[in-house]
Design a protein. Sequence first.
Length: 95
Amino acid sequence: MTFDVAFAYLSFEKTNNFKWALRKVKVLFMKNNVLSHVIASDRNLAFMNTLETMFLSSTNLLCMFHINKNVNTKGIRVKSDNIYGCLETIVAVSG
């Protein structure tokens, strides 16, 4: 089951901004004595690096929407049902 727990609108996608946002999310989790096992994001390296330091036991997965968007941006013609099927297979095998 997938669901959103937080959104943050940041003025810049910089490490310090990601640290601030992730600290706020972590506080929400800690109030309930729970930490997320999986976090989905786009492939922003500053976010991914910050996430590694703040959510040590969590796995960062790339968001299917952003993967599909990046594939389309590169001009690669793939039917959306084919790309999702391939990516679901990759995720299933790697997990």
